[in-house]
Design a protein around this ligand. Structure first.
Ligand SMILES: [Fe+2]
Ligand SMILES: [Fe+2]
Length: 329
C-alpha cells in the first residue's frame, strides 16, 4: 500500500477491520426496548381526543433540562441526514453496508425513546417540538465534503460527545426515569464511538499521514451535528452553563481520551504532512484547554454571584444590609 492510498483502496483495506468490529459490536450490544423506559401510566389524551392540551405548568422539567432534552432529541431526529452521510461516504455493500444499517437502526431507537418519554410525561410542548422537528429535518444536516476518513474521525468524537451529553442531560432532569433512559442511550453511543475509534486506529496504521490530517481537521473544525437547528446557540449556552456539555468536557472527556487511545502524540512513522497535522492538533488542543479553563472560571464567578444574591435574599432581615443605613465603620 502506498503512503497515500486512494479512498476506494483505503475503504477496501479497512473492510476486514470493519467486519471484525461489527462482530465485536454485535456481541457487546445488548437488546433493549424503548417502551420499557417510558412511564406510560403518566400519559393521557390531548384535546384532539377529548383530553387536555399541553400547558407549561404540566412539565416537571426545568428550563435547562428542557433545552437539553429538545437539543438531544432534535439531533437524534435528523437521522435520515446522518444515514445519507455515512451511506454515501462508506459503502452500502459488505461489512461497511451492514454497519450502516445496524447503526441506523440503533440510532432510531434513541429518538423513539426520548420522544415517547417527553410526550407521555408532558415534559415539553409537543406542538413546538413537532414544528422544530419539521424545520430541522426539512433543512437536513450536511457535513460538507468530508472524505470517508474525515467522516469516520468526526463520528468517533461525535458519538462520545453525544454519550456525555445524554448522560449529563439525564442527571439534569432530576427524574430517575429519564436518567435511566438516557443512561441506556449513552451506552449505545459509547459502543458506536468504540467502533469508529477502532476503524480510525487501523487507518492510522495503514495511512498515517492522511489519517493524522483527517483527525487534526476534524478536531479543529468540530461542530455538533445539531449546530444548524433553530435555537441551537441559545440552548447550547444553557447546556454549557449547566455543565451538561461544555468546553472542559469536550476537551477532557471527549477529544483528549480518544487522542490518547490512538497515541497520536507518541506514535512514530509520520511523514512531513502527518507531523505538520500533529503540530497543528497539539497547538489547537492547548488553545482549547486554555479556553476551557477561562470558561469554567467565568461560569464559577457567575455561579458565585448568583449564590451571593440568593443568600442575601434568604438572609433574615436583621442580617441584610439596609442601603438606607450608614455602614458601620
Ligand atoms: Fe443517538
Ligand atoms: Fe450513536
Amino acid at each position: 500500500m502506498s503512503a497515500t492510498p486512494t479512498t476506494a483502496a483505503l475503504l477496501a483495506e479497512l473492510e476486514p477491520v470493519v467486519e471484525e468490529n461489527l462482530n465485536r459490536h454485535e456481541k457487546m450490544a445488548q437488546e433493549w426496548h424503548p417502551h420499557d423506559y417510558v412511564p406510560w401510566s403518566q400519559g393521557r389524551d390531548f384535546a384532539f381526543l377529548g383530553g387536555e392540551d399541553w400547558a407549561p405548568e404540566q412539565s416537571r422539567l426545568d428550563a435547562t433540562a428542557k433545552a437539553a432534552m429538545i437539543t438531544n432529541l432534535l439531533t437524534e431526529d435528523n437521522l435520515p441526514s446522518y444515514h445519507r452521510e455515512i451511506a454515501t461516504r462508506f459503502s452500502r455493500d459488505g461489512a461497511w453496508g451492514t454497519w450502516v444499517g445496524r447503526w441506523t437502526a440503533e440510532e432510531n431507537r434513541h429518538g423513539i425513546a426520548i420522544r415517547d418519554y417527553l410526550v407521555v410525561t408532558r415534559g415539553v410542548d409537543p406542538v413546538e417540538l413537532e414544528r422544530a422537528r419539521m424545520d430541522y429535518m426539512t433543512s437536513g444536516y450536511d457535513s460538507g465534503d468530508k472524505t470517508p476518513l474525515e467522516a469516520v474521525a468526526y463520528v468517533s468524537f461525535q458519538e462520545l460527545a453525544t454519550r456525555v451529553s445524554h448522560r449529563n442531560t439525564g442527571k439534569a432532569t432530576n427524574d430517575p426515569v429519564a436518567d435511566q433512559m438516557l443512561a441506556r442511550i449513552a451506552k449505545d453511543e459509547n459502543l458506536h464511538m468504540v467502533f469508529y475509534r477502532n476503524i480510525v486506529a487501523a487507518a492510522l496504521d495503514i495511512a498515517p499521514d492522511q489519517t493524522m490530517r483527517a483527525i487534526a481537521d476534524e478536531v479543529i473544525g468540530f461542530e455538533m451535528p445539531g449546530a444548524t437547528m433553530a435555537g441551537f446557540r441559545k440552548n447550547s449556552t444553557i447546556i454549557a452553563k449547566a455543565g451538561i456539555y461544555d468546553l472542559r468536557l469536550h476537551h477532557d472527556d471527549v477529544v483528549a481520551p480518544i487522542l490518547r487511545h490512538w497515541k497520536v502524540f507518541e506514535r512514530d512513522g509520520f511523514g512531513p504532512e502527518g507531523e505538520q497535522a500533529r503540530e497543528e492538533l497539539a497547538a489547537f488542543m492547548a488553545g482549547l484547554d486554555a479556553q476551557a479553563t477561562k470558561f469554567v472560571e467565568s461560569r464559577q464567578r457567575m455561579r458565585d454571584r448568583l449564590q451571593a444574591k440568593q443568600d442575601t435574599e434568604l438572609a433574615p432581615l436583621s442580617q441584610q444590609k439596609d442601603p438606607l443605613l450608614p455602614t458601620p465603620s
